[in-house]
Design a protein around this ligand. Structure first.
Ligand code: CA
Length: 410
C-alpha cells in the first residue's frame, strides 16, 4: 500500500515545490493566452470515450462538462518557476505559530469524541490528525476556490502534465457521479486538491471514508469524514500507533552528519553509540526500531531522529519541511514547546500575525499590496524590497524579524 501511495503523487512533489517557494522573478512571464475558439470543446469531446472506459457514464460526462470554459490561469500556475527557496525557518514560522496551536487545541476539544473514535479505528492520535488538518486547510477554513472540474479539465487539455490530470479529472467526475459531493461544492486548489484534507480526487477514491454514517464520504462539509479520512491515509501509509514521529536530538560536537537523512535508517543503539542524545542530554530510548537523522538547516541547526511515522506523514506531501511542520505542530498541540536548538539565523521568520502586521505597515507607508491576508505574495515582496532599499538593508524581498522591527520603528 505504501508503495502505491508513493508511486502516486508526482503532484505532491510539485506542490511541495510550490509551498517552499513564493515569488516571481521581478518580471513574471506573460499570462498564458486563451486557446483558439473551439479547441477546449474539441479536447473535452475526445475525453468522453476514455472517461467512459473508467466508469464515467455519458450522462454524467455531459452533465458535468457542458458549457465548461477553460481557466488558463491554472496553466500559469503549473508553469510557475520559483525564484528562490524559502528557508525552512520561514516555512515553519508561518505554518506552526501560536494562533494555529491555539486553534488546533480548540479543535481537539471540539472534536474530542470523534477523534477518540478515529484513534480507536485507525490507531492515529488526535494531535497528529488535527495537525494535518491545520496545515492542509487551516482547520477547514481554506479550501481553495477553483471549481475542480474546470481546473482539472483545463489541465487535461493544456500544459505539460495532461495525462496525470486526466486521471484526476476522471476521478473527480466519478466522485460527482456517485453523489459524494455536490458539483457546486467541489472547489479546491488550482491543481485539484480539495476539502478539509486537500486530497486529490484519486486519493479521495482510495482513502476517503464515511465516518458519520450518512453514506457519503464528504470531505467538504463533514469534519468527521475528513478527520477519519486523514487517519485512514496515515494508517494505510504504515502508521505505528505505539510510536512518535521522532524527536529532536542533540548531536555531539564534531558529529559527521554527511550522508545521513530520512531514508538512511539506523538502529537507535547505533545513534547512541555515536553520541546522539535527547536534547537534555539523556540517553536515547531503546525498542523504537530504526531512525533517520534530519538536519534541515545543516549541522548548526536543530537535528531530529525520525521514525516510521515521519515517513507516513511524508507520504501525505512529499516534503521533509512539510513533514516537520506536521510533526512539530502535533508536539505543540500536546503541550510541547519550541525546538531546543534555535535555527542558525540572526533574522528568524514571522508568524502569520506578524506577516499581517508587516502588510499593515507597508500599506501605512503607501504601498499597494492588496488585502492584508498574511500571505506575502508578489505585491508584498515588491513593497518589502522597496522598503529594504530605503532602509539600507539587503533588498531580498524576504520579511523576517529584522524588517518587522525596522518598520515598527519608522
Ligand atoms: Ca459522511
Amino acid at each position: 500500500m505504501t508503495a502505491r501511495l508513493r508511486a502516486l503523487p508526482p503532484l505532491t512533489a510539485l506542490l511541495a515545490t510550490l509551498l517552499a517557494v513564493s515569488v516571481w522573478a521581478q518580471n513574471p512571464p506573460p499570462p498564458t493566452p486563451a486557446p483558439p475558439p473551439g479547441e477546449f470543446d474539441s479536447c473535452l469531446a475526445k475525453l468522453r470515450a476514455p472517461a467512459r472506459a473508467v466508469g464515467v457514464n455519458d450522462a454524467s460526462f455531459t452533465r458535468f462538462t457542458q458549457g465548461l470554459q477553460p481557466d488558463m490561469s491554472v496553466i500559469d500556475k503549473l508553469n510557475y518557476q520559483p525564484e528562490f527557496r524559502t528557508a525552512v525557518w520561514d516555512y515553519l514560522a508561518g505554518l506552526v505559530d501560536d494562533q494555529r496551536v491555539a486553534e488546533g487545541q480548540g479543535m481537539l476539544a471540539l472534536h474530542a469524541e470523534t477523534l477518540k473514535r478515529v484513534q480507536e479505528r485507525y490507531g492515529v492520535d488526535p494531535a497528529t490528525v488535527v495537525a494535518v488538518w491545520g496545515v492542509e486547510s487551516n482547520f477547514g477554513q481554506t479550501f481553495g476556490k477553483s471549481p475542480l472540474v474546470q481546473s482539472l479539465g483545463t489541465l487535461s487539455c493544456f500544459g505539460r502534465r495532461q495525462g496525470y490530470f486526466r486521471t484526476e479529472l476522471f476521478a473527480a467526475l466519478r466522485i460527482l457521479q456517485e453523489g459524494h459531493i455536490a458539483r457546486e461544492r467541489l472547489v479546491g486548489s488550482w491543481a485539484g486538491a480539495f476539502g478539509h484534507t486537500q486530497f486529490m480526487p484519486s486519493t479521495f477514491e482510495r482513502l476517503a471514508v464515511d465516518f458519520d454514517g450518512d453514506g457519503k464520504a464528504d470531505l467538504m462539509d463533514s469534519a468527521a469524514d475528513a478527520l477519519a479520512s486523514t487517519a485512514n491515509f496515515l494508517h494505510k501509509a504504515g502508521w505505528q500507533s505505539n510510536q512518535p514521529w521522532g524527536f529532536e536530538v542533540r548531536l555531539p560536537r564534531g558529529f559527521n552528519s554527511s550522508g545521513e537523512g530520512r531514508r538512511t535508517k539506523r538502529p537507535m543503539s547505533e545513534w547512541a553509540e555515536r553520541g546522539v542524545t535527547h536534547t537534555d542530554g539523556s540517553p536515547l530510548p531503546s525498542g523504537m526500531g530504526v531512525a533517520g537523522l534530519l538536519t534541515p538547516a545543516g549541522p548548526q541547526g536543530p537535528a531530529f531522529l525520525v521514525l516510521r511515522n515521519f515517513d507516513a506523514i511524508y507520504g501525505y506531501n512529499a516534503s521533509e519541511s512539510y513533514g516537520l511542520a506536521i510533526a512539530h505542530l502535533s508536539d505543540r498541540l500536546r503541550g510541547g514547546g519550541a525546538f531546543a536548538t534555535p535555527w542558525p539565523t540572526d533574522d528568524p521568520g514571522l508568524s502569520r500575525a506578524e506577516r499581517r502586521e508587516v502588510q499593515t505597515l507597508l500599506i501605512a507607508r503607501g504601498h499597494d499590496i492588496g488585502e492584508v491576508d498574511g500571505m506575502l505574495g508578489d505585491k508584498s515582496r515588491a513593497a518589502i524590497r522597496a522598503e529594504q532599499e530605503r532602509l539600507g538593508q539587503e533588498a531580498s524581498g524576504r520579511a523576517g524579524q529584522k524588517l518587522l522591527k525596522s518598520l515598527r520603528g519608522l
